[in-house]
Every structure is written in C-alpha cells, then in structure tokens.
Design a protein around this ligand. Sequence first.
Ligand code: PBG
Length: 331
Amino acid sequence: MTVFPDRRLRRTRATPALRRLVAQTRLHPAQLVLPVFVKEGIDAPQPIASMPGVSQHPLDGLAAVVDEAARAGIGGVMLFGVPAGRDATGTGAVDPGGILNRAIRVAAEAAAGRLTVQADLCLDEFTDHGHCGVLDERGGVDNDATLEIYARMAVAQAEAGADVLGLSGMMDGQVAAVRQALDAAGHTGVVILAYAAKYASAYYGPFRDAVESTLTGDRRTYQLDPANAREGVEEALADIDEGADVVMVKPAGPYLDVLARVADVSSVPVWAYQVSGEYALIENAAAAGLVDRERAIGETLVGIRRAGAETILTYWAIEAAGWLRDGRDLA
Ligand code: PBG
C-alpha cells in the first residue's frame, strides 16, 4: 500500500485542468428537465411570488418557452396546468379541452421532436379540495377510485401528444393502471415516469403557490414518511415491477441517500426532482448575500447527479444548461 509521502492525494487537485480531467461526475444539458406552469385565462406571464424568477405562463406564451428550452439543449419540459375552475373529481384533468391537455398539444407542436414533452399526471391541480385523488365518504383519499381517473387522464395526455407521463400522485397501483390503459388505447410507446419515492415534504411549499393549491391538511396518508429510506426503495421496486420506464426520487437534496439506494438497485433510469423549496431556499439565500448563487446551484446539481440521478428536474434547467454549454464548472 502506498502511503504518504509517496502517496499525495492533492496531486490531482493542483490545477483546473487536472481537476477537470479527473472529475468523476459530469452533467449534460440533455439531462435537465424544466418544470413549466401553464395557467388558464391569463394573457401575460405572472411571476410566482414564492419562486423568484419563475412565472406561470399563458397558453399562448408556451410555444416560446418550449422553443427556448429546445435551443438550450435540455432534455424536456414537465408541464403543470393551473385551471380556472376545479371540482371534486378533477374533471379538468381528463377533459381534452382542459388547460393541461391543451398545453401538451401546444408544447408538442412547438417542440417538434427537439425535446420531450412531459406532463404531470396527478389530480391535485384539478380538485377543489387539492388532494391528489378523489375522496371517499369519510374524506380519505380513495386509492382505487382514483386509479380509474388516472387511467383516463393518461389516455387524454397521450392523445394530446405527451411523450412522458409523470405519475406524481403516489397511489398504489398507479403505474400498472396507467400502463394498461395506455396500451389498451394503442399508446404503447408513451413513457411512464413514476414519482416512485415521493416524500411528504415541506419543500413543496412554494409549488403550492405556483399551482394555487387549495389543499388544507397534508398528504401524509399517501406520500412517504421522511423517516423511511427502505420504504422508498420498495416503492421504486414496486413501480418497476408494474412497468415504470423511469423512477424518480423527490425531493432531491434532502433525500440523496434514498436516491443512491434506488440507483444501486434500479434496472431502469433514475431521476430526481429538485423541488420548489430547494429552489426558493437558494434563491433567497443568494439574494441575501449568504451564498454564491451560481456555485450553490451548481453544487446541488452535481450532488444530485453524484448520488445517482441520471436526469434532474430543476427550475434552473435552462440557466444551468447555459453554464454547461459555456464549459463552466458547475461547482
Ligand atoms: C403533484 C406535485 C407536487 C409537486 C410536483 N407534482 C406537489 C405535491 O405533491 O404536493 C411539487 C413540485 C415542487 O415543489 O417543485 N402534482
């Protein structure tokens, strides 16, 4: 065994060129996906107060956003709809004329194959109670009744032209139900991204603002307990068994251990979602002069990638892609 003074671990850190040569983690713009909020009934972008730098977009501004994303070379856009009206069963989610399905059509046309169009498949933006599924008589979220609606929502999204469906509702059996419905409708090529290990997190706080969520209470009966890592792995394995093409861990930063464990055992690609709270914390800390904004962002992206995510959903996707194109070091 070579030891000091023959062995000097600082040798490969001495210059920028050496550090670049031996970097063990790299990120490419194609590995970034931009979440995009599309709001019904507005005619100009509306800044989201809790997420400095992020806006809700009108439907007729969406093509330009998609075009910018394509020119940045990122891998896709993940669309979220903010409807003008909501009801108990989230009718707007399955309606081809609903805001999200219309947005998918616009985005698919603008993308023209240059990047993937992905859509959030969940009811929380469409229900008046704000839960990810429909409620039973006692006010609980009814898993199996929700699956029937997810199945119809999936077909509507596929018909609108989505390449990838992001199943974020954390209902048991949702991957199998959606795969079966898609295949039965002839959409055998539509990719299922399972938000497999999605934790009940305070870090979704700013997002609630972004989609004008009506939720009171929490999602702890269906999203994972932050204390449980093994259960997150089990969720990912179950989703893979049901036919998930990609599995995701969410949030990213506080769950890097779960991400690493899922990456170790997954037979399909593993992604991570750097969520609204992770975004807002850094933006606010940087605005207060507490951290170097660009380095702090880069370090989180490298960390998420290093932990095992092949692709990252992040609100900084376009900006970070620009840094990567310029050949800048991320961290
Ligand atoms: C559910 C969904 C949520 C997010 C993405 N999809 C909210 C939730 O589960 O409470 C959060 C994303 C973020 O915080 O950036 N449709």
